[in-house]
Design a protein around this ligand. Structure first.
Ligand SMILES: O=C(O)C(=O)C[C@H](O)[C@H](O)COP(=O)(O)O
Length: 204
């Protein structure tokens, strides 16, 4: 099964404290969202991925903000089972293709999507979704690029997620709203689980 079809929403999480990683992942999985993207934006990110990989077997843990071949190697070494990038460079996609794990390279235009499709990569992150044109933009791509599917991410909210999920070229959506910074800082895992459960219900 494709990465895009495992869950309707992929939580994009920023982890400052590695000690938060396991309870946070457990809350998301309990809420019904097993696919979790930890962004490589913090010093604790790789340690967080390693702990989740070791201690939360029901989570499908991956990394986001993957920008270089080094990020690919470090992610897989830490236990990432998928990779997500905000955009695509030739060296990055080459590293992703040899990584051995599924990946969603970022694309925001028809040309970027076509360049990736030419290399056989047809499941992409559409980033930054809202700023790049949102729903009408993705709808416009579905006609000429019917074989390319997206995980739109960037500016998606609980109120707008369902409309994205209804598009034929959208498999899932990504977003940070499942793990509000104040809830994570306070260790309010019940709130995270509730937000995850609401998001999981978007696709019965
Ligand atoms: O970190 C990454 O890998 C990114 O490319 C950016 C994130 O996908 C967006 O920052 C999502 O954030 P929201 O718009 O708050 O949902």
């Amino acid at each position: 099964m494709s990465l895009l079809d495992l869950a309707p929403v992929v939580p994009v999480v920023v982890i400052d404290e590695a000690d938060s990683a396991v309870p946070l992942a457990r809350a998301l999985v309990s809420g019904g969202l097993p696919v979790i993207e930890v962004t490589l934006r913090t010093a604790a990110a790789l340690e967080a991925v390693a702990r989740i990989a070791a201690e939360v077997p029901d989570a499908v843990i991956g990394t986001g903000t993957v920008r270089t071949p080094q990020d690919v190697t470090a992610s897989v070494g830490a236990g990432a089972r998928f990779l997500v990038s905000p955009g695509t460079t030739p060296s990055l996609v080459a590293a992703m293709l040899t990584s051995g794990v599924p990946f969603l390279p970022g694309a925001a235009t028809a040309s970027e999507a076509m360049a990736l499709a030419e290399r056989g990569v047809k499941e992409l992150k559409f980033f930054p979704a809202e700023a790049a044109g949102g729903l009408p933009y993705l709808k416009s791509l579905a006609g000429p690029l019917p074989d390319v599917r997206f995980c739109p991410t960037g500016g998606i909210r609980p109120e707008t997620a369902a409309a994205y999920l209804a598009l034929p070229n959208v498999g899932c959506v990504g977003g940070t709203w499942l793990t509000p910074a104040d809830a994570v800082a306070a260790g309010d895992w019940a709130r995270v689980e509730k937000l995850a459960a609401e998001a999981a219900a978007l696709r019965p």
